[in-house]
Design a protein around this ligand. Structure first.
Ligand SMILES: *Cc1c(COP(=O)(O)O)cnc(C)c1O
Length: 377
């Protein structure tokens, strides 16, 4: 196979990462909760309406913390889309809960808020909206349903840092939200994440859960004279080395987002008949540029065609209800028509901050060539 001239993703470096890591080495504070962790949390708190933010070693970890904080028990049901990453479900399956899958909307590929109520039973504990491609779910509707049925809302905002809806940063509406700093996300440190605590009542316990179930935080603050085991918990704190890398990225979050938005807009212009729908109230973060083709056959032909022109494109999630893990055990709440259709037809185009205008034009040009050549079935 020929080497791709335009890879699907390439992690962006701001230039300050090494200097900050060197500073962390000099301070001889490599474990978690050091200077850089606190600086990251401070910046993140500013981005998320001054709410409390705890850095974690992944978004997966933040979701697991959220499941513990929500007190999810065996037999509980948790409503989420099937069209998502495995961690959305795993965090709750680990606590013995059953994910209940609701179909997505064909326009945004986010959970269809109008179908949530029908999936609620007396075992339902939480709703987990996933903000796909950094475009906000309809949180007004979801929060209203949650309030009516007394459910916790945990936002999977893994892809949504720097996005907003009707002026509110995405990740500030639910009780809790989880973001990702995985290498493939907009702001990254290899592996990393954060838990956004919008409902203050979860803060104290969240600190304990993140510190292996101990009150170490209070010990460091000299509020207690020794620290002990006081709750369930695990090791969810990232090293300060990772936080040092992340701080360089967070300080440039707007710059990175602007670069991505510029590329997204160029695609949007050149490929307008195929571009995705962004609801008018949503300011997205250009996490992804995707197109929905006519069939999986056409989609796969497109990916091969692009590959022949040295452009790497990619499909996305296999719906969780069709996964090996879910077979015979997880039942969708109803037919998941759009989940299946969209996952069959979606293709994602290369989008990373180092892409030049020429690269984006080239990808669009080859794409149009594919559609022109009677490939559009
Ligand atoms: C990336 C992603 C995750 C997992 O993030 P990690 O930081 O790799 O644990 C979870 N949910 C969604 C929707 C994601 O895109």
């Amino acid at each position: 196979m020929s080497k791709c001239a335009i890879p699907f993703n390439q992690p962006y470096l701001t230039g300050n990462e090494i200097a900050y890591i060197q500073q962390a080495l000099k301070e001889k504070h490599l474990k978690g909760n050091g200077y850089f962790t606190h600086q990251c949390q401070k910046l993140l708190s500013q981005l998320f309406n001054k709410n409390d933010v705890l850095l974690t070693h992944s978004c997966t970890a933040a979701l697991e913390m959220a499941a513990l904080l929500a007190n999810i028990q065996p037999g509980d049901e948790v409503i989420m889309p099937s069209y998502t990453f495995v961690s959305t479900a795993n965090a709750f399956v680990l606590r013995g809960a059953t994910p209940v899958f609701v179909d997505i909307r064909p326009d945004t590929l986010n959970i269809d808020e109008s179908k949530i109520e029908a999936a609620i039973t007396d075992r339902t504990k939480a709703i987990v909206p996933v903000h796909y491609a950094g475009v906000s779910c309809d949180m007004d509707s979801i929060m209203a349903t949650a309030q009516e049925f007394n459910l916790i809302v945990i936002e999977d905002a893994a892809q949504a840092i720097m996005s907003s809806a009707a002026g509110s940063p995405v990740g500030t509406r639910g009780d809790l939200a989880a973001v990702s700093f995985h290498e493939t996300k907009n702001i990254q440190c290899g592996e990393g994440g954060a838990l956004i605590i919008n409902n203050q009542k979860f803060l104290e316990r969240a600190e304990i859960i993140r510190e292996k179930g101990t009150n170490r935080k209070q010990f460091i603050q000299r509020k207690v004279d020794k620290y002990t085991w006081c709750d369930v918990g695990s090791s969810y704190i990232p090293s300060d080395l990772n936080a040092a890398f992340l701080l360089a990225q967070l300080e440039n979050a707007q710059h990175i987002t602007n670069k991505r938005l510029k590329i997204w807009s160029q695609y949007n212009e050149l490929l307008s008949p195929y571009a995705s729908v962004i609801p008018i109230e949503c300011q997205h973060n250009a996490h992804m540029f995707y197109m929905l083709l006519q069939s999986p056959i056409q989609r796969d032909a497109y990916i091969r065609f692009m590959q022949r022109h040295n452009v790497s494109c990619s499909f996305h999630y296999t719906p969780l209800h069709q996964s090996h893990m879910a077979k015979g055990y997880l039942l969708p709440s109803s037919e998941l028509k759009y989940t299946e259709k969209m996952s069959n037809n979606i293709v994602r185009l290369p989008l990373w901050p180092g892409m030049t205008e020429e690269m984006v034009s080239f990808v669009a040009e080859v794409t149009l060539k594919f559609f022109d050549a009677n490939y559009a079935i």
